[in-house]
Design a protein around this ligand. Structure first.
Ligand SMILES: [Zn+2]
Length: 113
């Protein structure tokens, strides 16, 4: 499962951070998961509790932000919201674009105790 490997990698990163920061535990974790990242938050929540059990992330507060998809058309420079990765420009119908947000998948901040 995709979400399980994401949870595992988040845990690994968090454990390293806690070790480097001389802490014992993560109090709060801020995640940024873009709407176009392909991650299902529901599935992530589902595997989260089990995966974090016994780790530095056990009982941590999880705050997730989901940046909306946004793109700039490569043909006419129009900026438009991107709901799906293959959406075309609403002005000129071009499929070519630069995605400027929505693909984020990262730990934004950790509050360590
Ligand atoms: Zn366009």
């Amino acid at each position: 499962m995709h979400e399980l490997s994401i949870a595992t990698s988040i845990i690994k990163t968090a454990e390293k951070e806690v070790e480097n920061g001389d802490g014992r535990k993560v109090l709060e974790i801020y995640l940024e998961i873009g709407k176009l990242s392909g991650v299902e938050i529901q599935s992530l929540n589902f595997v989260w509790e089990l995966s974090t059990n016994g780790t530095v992330l056990q009982d941590s507060k999880v705050i997730i932000t989901e940046p909306e998809g946004k793109a700039i058309c490569a043909e006419c420079d129009t900026e438009y919201p991107l709901e799906k990765i293959f959406d075309c420009c609403p002005k000129c119908n071009s499929p070519f674009k630069n995605i400027i947000s929505g693909k984020e998948l990262k730990i934004k901040k950790l509050i360590i105790n």
